[in-house]
Every structure is written in structure tokens, then in C-alpha cells.
Ligand binder design. Structure first.
Ligand code: TMP
Length: 206
């Protein structure tokens, strides 16, 4: 496959979505062929999965959460990510395989190794070439999203978000070459410049 997959991860309110769009516009202006997408709702099936989480009375077991995100991921890779990569696109994805390790693994207590195995199956081996981890204290992240309508995960207690952050940092420790840390507490323009520098350097070597 000739394209590259760049994923954006981090705790709630870390600004990754805004920064991904900013980077996408910048790369396009530089003549790159860019696609952007998100999980779980990058496909119609994924949108249905996200809605299911919000359905009254639906309380999935932690492992069921894993299966639902994996189902959405497999469909997403088949419908969008793999075809784009085969066409040589730079694919920017707002959350991907690491999110399940961080949220369901570290957050909910599902075995992270099981999640890693399922990720390989669900993605058919389409794993990120580069991951930008927007690291932020969850206290600040949750403060930033105050007033927004919150989903099932955003409503979780602070302790959950702290475990998620720790999970992301563990993932980075294990794969420092793929996972690059972005200090998300900095002003948005500073974050954007850091993101561009990391991605530019990566694409030069890709
Ligand atoms: P967001 O990216 O718009 O914040 O929404 C995605 C939510 O779903 C977020 O709260 C994290 C959660 N999530 C998981 O718990 N596991 C996953 O594998 C993915 C992709 C998302």
C-alpha cells in the first residue's frame, strides 16, 4: 500500500479533532492528497455503533464495548481506510486502534494484549504509520468540554480519564518511534506548529 495512515489520539478535550482538520487543510494546500475520517463513526455502521452506546437502557459489558469498536473498525478499514491507502492517500484518522487499548484496556480493565490481538484482526494489519498523542491533564480536558453535550465516555469519572491518559502514555513508551507526544496544553498555534513539524519530518522519510 502506498499511502500513509496518521492517527490522532488523546483524552477528551485535548484538541486533536481541531488540530487534525488544521493539519489536513495545510497538507492539502501543500499539494498532498489527504482524506480524513474518524472512529467509531467513519461509516454508517460506525454511526449506528456510537448511537447504540447512547441508547436508553443499553449498558454494554467492557468486552462488549471492545467487540463493538472492533466491528466498527473492521468495517471502516474495509470501506474507507484500506481503499484510500491503496490509492496513495495521506489518511488522517481521529482515534483508531490505540483508543481501544487506552479506553477499554486501561480505562475499563480489559486485557490490553487481547485488545492488541483483536486490533490486528479487525484492521487486517492496517496499523498506523504515525500516531500523534495529544497529551493533557484530564482535569483541563474536561474543563475544556464543559457545556458540551457529553457522550457515555465523557461522562465517566476523573479516575477513568486518568487511567486512559496513563494507558496512552504506556502505549507511547512501548512504541516511541510510531507514537509522538504533542503537548496539548500549549496554545493552539503552538500545537499546530509542533504537529506540522512532526508530520513534515515523517513524510520526508516516508
Ligand atoms: P470522540 O473521539 O469524539 O471523543 O468520541 C469517541 C469516543 O469513543 C471517545 O469518548 C472515546 C471512545 N472510544 C473508545 O472508548 N474506544 C475506541 O476504540 C474508540 C475508537 C473510541
Amino acid at each position: 500500500m502506498s499511502g500513509v495512515l496518521i492517527t490522532f489520539e488523546g483524552v477528551e478535550g485535548s484538541g486533536k479533532t481541531t488540530q487534525m482538520r488544521r493539519l489536513g487543510r495545510w497538507l492539502r494546500a501543500k499539494g498532498r492528497r489527504v482524506e480524513w475520517t474518524r472512529e467509531p463513526d467513519g461509516t454508517r455502521l460506525g454511526v449506528a455503533v456510537r448511537r447504540l452506546f447512547e441508547h436508553p437502557g443499553v449498558r454494554p459489558e467492557p468486552l462488549v464495548e471492545v467487540f463493538l469498536f472492533m466491528a466498527a473498525r473492521h468495517q471502516h478499514v474495509a470501506e474507507k481506510v484500506r481503499p484510500w491507502l491503496e490509492r496513495g492517500r495521506v489518511v488522517l484518522c481521529d482515534r483508531y486502534a490505540d483508543a481501544t487499548v487506552a479506553y477499554q484496556g486501561y480505562g475499563r480493565g480489559v486485557d490490553p494484549n487481547l485488545i492488541r490481538e483483536l486490533n490486528v484482526r479487525a484492521t487486517g494489519g492496517v496499523l498506523p504509520d504515525l500516531t500523534l498523542l495529544f497529551d493533557l491533564d484530564p482535569v483541563e480536558g474536561l474543563r475544556r468540554i464543559r457545556g458540551r453535550r457529553r457522550d457515555r465516555f465523557e461522562r465517566e469519572a476523573l479516575a477513568f480519564h486518568r487511567r486512559v491518559r496513563r494507558g496512552y502514555l504506556e502505549i507511547r513508551r512501548a512504541e516511541p518511534k510510531r507514537v509522538r507526544l504533542v503537548r496539548a496544553a500549549a496554545p493552539p498555534d503552538v500545537v499546530a506548529a509542533e504537529v506540522r513539524a512532526i508530520v513534515e519530518e515523517f513524510l520526508r522519510g516516508a
